[in-house]
Design a protein around this ligand. Sequence first.
Ligand SMILES: [Zn+2]
Length: 315
Amino acid sequence: MERKVITRRALGAVLVVGAAVAFSVGVIVFPMWTSAIDRARRQQSAEPFRIVGNLYYVGGSDVTSFLLTGPEGHVLIDGGYAATASVTIASIATLGFDIKDVKVLLNSEPLFDHAGGLSALQEASGGELWASEASAETLAAGGDNRDLFLPMRAFIWAGINRYPAPRIDHRFKDGARIRLGPIELTAHITGGHSPGCTSWSFPVRDGDRELQVVRVCTLTRLPGTSLVEPQRYPGIRADFERTFRVLRSLPVDIFLTGHAREFGRYRKFLERDTAKNPVDPFIDREGYLRYIDNAEDTFRQELAEQQQSFWRRFR
Ligand SMILES: [Zn+2]
């Protein structure tokens, strides 16, 4: 009898340990492995090119960076992964510009795939970084943020998703205008993905026409973030609702996103070969509105699912 109990206990312990190992492999190791592969793939360089006027693509094959050039210096939007910085520096040189002329660094969101390279870009350029008030602390902490979903924080603590912290030179609020010579960008705080998620709008010239550009901040919900019981991000629902409204109200001819595929960078890049004006493939208000619609559909669906499982608990 005694022996049977011990055996059963031992078997139980083995099962618990086995389950823990399987759980860590499934939940920690496997995503680490896939995200490492993912990142290696996303850090590949991409051919830099002029999108329109003084606006250039200088990002990687997936994560994006944009350069706005001007007579009094250039503006660089986003830094990609830590390892993408060298791609961006090389792209700027390929286009015939000098990284040292980058005077202003901007960011869309403080996650490692868009802010990871900022510190290196800041060092190489000597430029000043502008951070939204709600992103500044996370940027200054190299991506760490106590409101992040715990497994994501664990990756940061493990050094996987942590990035070299850039220096914050200026903080801004919603509606701020950042100027550098004739360049002027407007900051739209479009929260949801993160509270300080910033979309940047600015005009560009193409011959004698002026076109309106927006670099939209990411519109997805971060893994582990609740829309129903948002202790980690109170106000997330209202932020998303407001973001969709604000983005739809902007006069947009050309839209750009944090990941190249979302705005069809490569497809539009190829279409330039047969276009009458190489700018034309990028003029895509329809694609912009579709992008917002899709994001909003996903948001509504996730919200409905979370609400359902929330109420199921009380049945
Ligand atoms: Zn991203």
